[in-house]
Write a protein that binds this ligand. Structure first.
Ligand SMILES: Cc1ncc(COP(=O)(O)O)c(C=O)c1O
Length: 407
């Protein structure tokens, strides 16, 4: 294990977490589609429970499994591969990105705690921060990328800051938040820094190396990468991940064996996919930036020196990713004409898969976010969010150009 930890993530994401000798020589992990596991003896059942619920350092993989809501053999490969990618001590996977986020919030927050969260965040996260979380007595407050350390300290005031929650780049606008400011703030208050790393994936951003306690994902997106699974993931220190696994047992945010298997499989090709998607997105962003029907394009490759966002990009990102947002001259009806005219790019709300998808955040996000707030975070009726896939960049540009001609 010590040697494995020293290897590059590209090696670990293919080789880690599966020992063929323990699975009848099967090169790939078999899928254990079972809800429960048979104990050889009552004494063994007792021991497994002691390990699962006690503070033993042994893992289920070393000892044995009990019940698939607690853990199953198909979660380990994905978890160890992802931990290697994120340069984290450990990782845990969940039913969905929201399942991962909810498990983190329930584990580390208590009534009266104060949470500062970046805005924009994915609509479901914003809704949770403003809704259910506050119903449980947690005090939440959003902040913008332009807020300084002093502004954030003023927001904290006399509150008991327990968590700084940052989604960077933010969905859907690609706005970057400065992790150095967030890390220092969390450090001064002994709070946890939690980063949603969904948009860039560990190929382009490693929040833990930059001082985050936890880096989380909607693994439905780039980590899964094929639009064929729904999952979430959290990476961090062993103690925090052990606590998250316990909450996962309790509330049942454990993914199915087949989801764990698909995710482990997908991590083998993470870099290949993300790098090619990023090359395609960079070409598409340049095309859109020069198009007369497009008034604004946001892709991290277009950031220019002198822009504070460029400063942040240089410091904390290793590549621009494959999410492009752009504004079409006009508004909702022009966007709808454009979206309906595309033939190759599909109209759907997810992202990070092999196929390119476009969506209209103004109308295709939770209705709980009021219009004025959407405008204030840069989501306008003319905005399109494009998740760039693995198709040929020339074909994609032809499709987008043809659809723009109809506007
Ligand atoms: C940045 C980000 N975080 C979290 C989520 C929630 O993930 P899931 O849909 O897997 O629950 C999403 C979903 O789109 C997202 O884009």
């Amino acid at each position: 294990m010590a040697d494995e930890k020293r290897r590059q993530p590209d090696t670990n994401s293919v080789a880690l977490g599966h020992d063929a000798r323990r699975h009848l020589g099967s090169l790939k992990p078999p899928i254990y589609e079972t809800s429960t596991f048979v104990f050889a003896t009552a004494e063994e059942g007792k021991r497994f429970f002691e390990i699962a619920y006690g503070d033993s350092t042994e893992t289920s993989d070393e000892v044995g499994y009990i019940y698939s809501r607690l853990d199953s053999p198909n979660l380990g490969p994905a978890e160890s591969r992802l931990a290697a990618w994120e340069e984290a001590e450990d990782a845990a996977i969940f039913t969905s990105g929201m399942g991962a986020i909810t498990t983190v919030l329930l584990t580390f927050l208590r009534p009266g705690d104060f949470v500062l969260y970046s805005l924009p965040t994915y609509g479901g996260t914003t809704t949770l921060m403003n809704g259910l979380l506050t119903d449980f007595g947690v005090i939440t407050q959003s902040f913008r990328s332009t807020d300084t350390s002093a502004d954030l300290e003023t927001m904290v005031g006399e509150h008991r800051l327990a968590m700084v929650y940052v989604e960077t780049p933010a969905n859907p606008t690609n706005e970057l938040f400065d992790l150095e400011i967030a890390r220092d703030l969390a450090g001064r208050h002994d709070a946890r820094l939690v980063v949603d790393n969904t948009f860039l994936s560990p190929v382009w951003q490693k929040p833990i190396a930059q001082g985050a306690d936890l880096s989380l994902h909607s693994a439905t997106k780039y980590l899964g990468g094929h639009s064929d699974l729904t999952a979430g993931a959290v990476c961090g220190g062993s103690d925090d991940i052990a606590r998250l696994r316990h909450t996962r047992y309790e509330i049942g945010t454990t993914p199915s064996p087949s989801t764990g298997w698909l995710l482990g499989r997908s991590l083998e090709t993470l870099r290949l996919r993300v790098e090619q998607q990023t090359r395609n997105a960079t070409q598409i962003a340049a095309f859109l930036a020069g198009h007369d029907k497009v008034s604004r394009v946001s892709h991290l490759s277009l950031l220019q020196p002198g822009d504070p966002q460029h400063e942040i990009y240089k410091r904390q990102c290793e590549g621009p990713g494959a999410m492009v947002t752009f504004e079409i001259e006009g508004g909702e009806s022009e966007c709808f004409r454009f979206l309906d005219a595309m033939e190759l790019v599909r109209l759907a709300t997810s992202l990070g898969g092999t196929e390119s998808l476009a969506s209209h955040p103004w109308t295709m996000s939770p209705p709980t976010v009021p219009a004025a707030e959407k405008r204030s975070i840069g989501v306008t009726p003319g905005l399109i969010r494009l998740s760039v896939g693995l198709e040929d960049a020339g074909d994609l540009i032809a499709d987008l150009g043809g659809a723009l001609d109809t506007v």
